[in-house]
Ligand binder design. Structure first.
Ligand code: ZN
Length: 244
């Protein structure tokens, strides 16, 4: 069987074997192992698939410093601040999915706000250096990502809040009606809670019930149903061998 080279990460292929009146179907998920999507660039382990909707960026996997996602747009959702801003932007598929997520929330009486989406390498660098200056290097690396290591640079992540600013980007957001609704419904629109509770050792980040990451519906549903992190989703991926 051949899977198209254009097949999206997370898409499924079914293999059915019919033999002497018996039939057996096995499902195969298209995914590359994480080792296949990393290379050293200036001695920094850097992802080779920055534009993949399934890209895994974390403290061990940087984006290229010059990576700027194509097709950044402003989703038509409310933000708690006015005016044009880089952090309102998302890549097109993530922006459209965010609009459908927010519309579904509103139908259930839940009012959501976008807080922070795309962040360029340059912005992250300034932010991180600011933290180092005011709080010290140790604090900075615990609470902020080094430039290139923030998932916000992918244009696929959005921090979300409810109307109450006291729980904005704070862990108690998880227990608010908005936080509970998000955890229950984000996958239906292709989003995951990227930094789940109890997965700090794997993701490198404390629980962030407000940080949504777009990966597409089928992957999102599998990840949220299993209660795993994005890193764990790729753990059973089999490295593909090149044909001789
Ligand atoms: Zn975030």
């Amino acid at each position: 069987m051949t899977v198209s080279a254009q097949a999206a990460t997370g898409s499924k292929a079914e293999i059915t074997v019919d033999y002497q009146g018996q039939s057996k179907t096995a499902q195969l998920t298209v995914k590359s192992s994480l080792e296949e999507t990393i290379a050293l660039v200036n001695n920094i382990p850097t992802v080779t698939n920055p534009a993949d909707l399934a890209v895994v960026v974390n403290k061990q996997r940087s984006l290229p410093a010059d990576y700027v996602p194509a097709g950044l747009v402003e989703p038509n959702v409310p933000f708690p601040f006015a005016g044009k801003a880089e952090k309102k932007l998302l890549r097109e598929p993530a922006a459209r999915a965010l609009e459908s997520l927010f519309a579904a929330a509103q139908k259930d009486g839940i009012q959501l706000y976008g807080v922070s989406g795309y962040r360029s390498y340059r912005t992250q660098k300034a932010l991180f250096e600011g933290y180092v200056k005011t709080q010290g290097a140790e604090h900075a690396s615990r609470y902020s990502a080094n430039p290139g290591k923030s998932e916000h640079q992918t244009g696929l992540a959005m921090d979300v809040s409810g109307a109450d600013s006291r729980t904005r980007l704070e862990e108690p957001f998880a227990d608010t009606p908005e936080g509970k609704w998000l955890a229950a419904h984000c996958a239906e629109h292709g989003f995951i809670i990227r930094y789940p509770k109890g997965k700090e050792e794997i993701t490198g980040y404390a629980y962030e019930p407000w940080h949504l990451r777009y990966v597409g519906q089928s992957m999102a549903k599998e990840i949220m149903e299993k209660g795993i992190s994005l890193e764990e989703y790729f753990q059973d991926a089999v490295a593909v061998q090149s044909k001789p």
